[in-house]
Design a protein around this ligand. Structure first.
Ligand code: KIV
Ligand code: NA
Length: 275
């Protein structure tokens, strides 16, 4: 399994870090089989798996329950778990308790949290306590209500400057990587060049040190619309619809099950039963 220092080396060697989300045993197995460098148990869980319309309702219990299943499916892959809404804001003590729960109860390797400003001290406290941290800047979905929607961030010179400063602060606080979500490619490139820790982009262009996408978006599973930054590599919705539809109709047409799907009793046992 890779370690935090391996990701730093990958940046230095210009080899891209590939991260994919996973939320349960099968998706974790798929991610490990595909040889992703890192799995993210994202709080996007709330939207793509639990059917909420944002990540805000996701709880610590949700993250822990799903992360345990991901660890069971991917025993040899570095796992990052999102700290959910409001689980790292109240105080340093609460943040450390929640970070410890993720590490101890799920067997994850790191946590991820959104924002800079008020959480910088919390990034440093977690790191000092032995919890590796991935920062997350740009579009931070837990703040969707404050940002006023899911929009590209850092487009103006002022906003871009603030983002560059925030990224630097996250690095100084001890984060070992930073996710950049929905930012212009020029800004993402500039941040990547100015940091020694790797940047992992989603909707941040190609000049970053790694990429992350949501499992369900990559394979078109249970999602209909996907954002501009997603590439849909396959469409399992179509295969699932076809497979389940065929099952339903074959049962109704009495075509399933066939003999080969069926168990039988020996003739003498039947004699003994019915005489
Ligand atoms: O929750 C998530 O899936 C994420 C990624 C989109 C970076 O935070
Ligand atoms: Na997230």
């Amino acid at each position: 399994m890779k370690q935090t220092t391996d990701f730093l080396k990958m940046k230095q060697n210009d080899s891209k870090i590939v991260m994919v989300t996973a939320y349960d045993y099968p998706s974790a197995k798929h991610a490990e089989q595909a040889e992703a460098d890192m799995i993210l148990v994202g709080d996007s869980l709330g939207m793509v798996v639990l059917g909420y319309d944002s990540t805000i309702p996701v709880t610590m219990e949700d993250m822990i329950h799903h992360s345990k299943a991901v660890r069971r499916g991917a025993g040899n892959t570095f796992i990052v778990v999102d700290l959910p809404f409001m689980s790292y804001h109240l105080s340093i003590k609460d943040t450390l308790i929640n970070g410890a729960r993720i590490m101890q109860e799920t067997g994850a390797n790191a946590v991820k949290l959104e924002g800079a400003d008020e959480v910088i001290d919390h990034i440093s406290a977690l790191t000092k306590a032995g919890v590796p941290v991935v920062a997350h800047l740009g579009l931070t979905p837990q703040s969707v209500g404050v940002l006023g929607g899911y929009k590209v961030q850092g487009k103006s010179a002022d906003a871009a400057k603030k983002l560059m400063e925030d990224a630097k602060k996250c690095e100084e606080a001890g984060a070992f990587a930073v996710v950049l979500e929905c930012v212009p490619k020029q800004l993402a490139e500039q941040i990547s060049k100015s940091l020694s820790i790797p940047t992992i982009g989603i909707g941040a262009g190609a000049e970053v040190d790694g990429q992350v996408l949501v499992y369900h978006d990559i394979i078109t599973y249970g999602v209909d619309r996907v954002p501009k930054f997603v590439k849909q590599y396959t469409n399992v919705n179509e295969q699932i619809t076809a497979g389940l539809g065929a099952y339903v109709s074959e049962v109704r047409l009495k075509e399933f099950p066939e003999d080969k799907h069926t168990f039988t009793m020996k003739e003498e046992e039947l004699q003994a039963l019915y005489g």
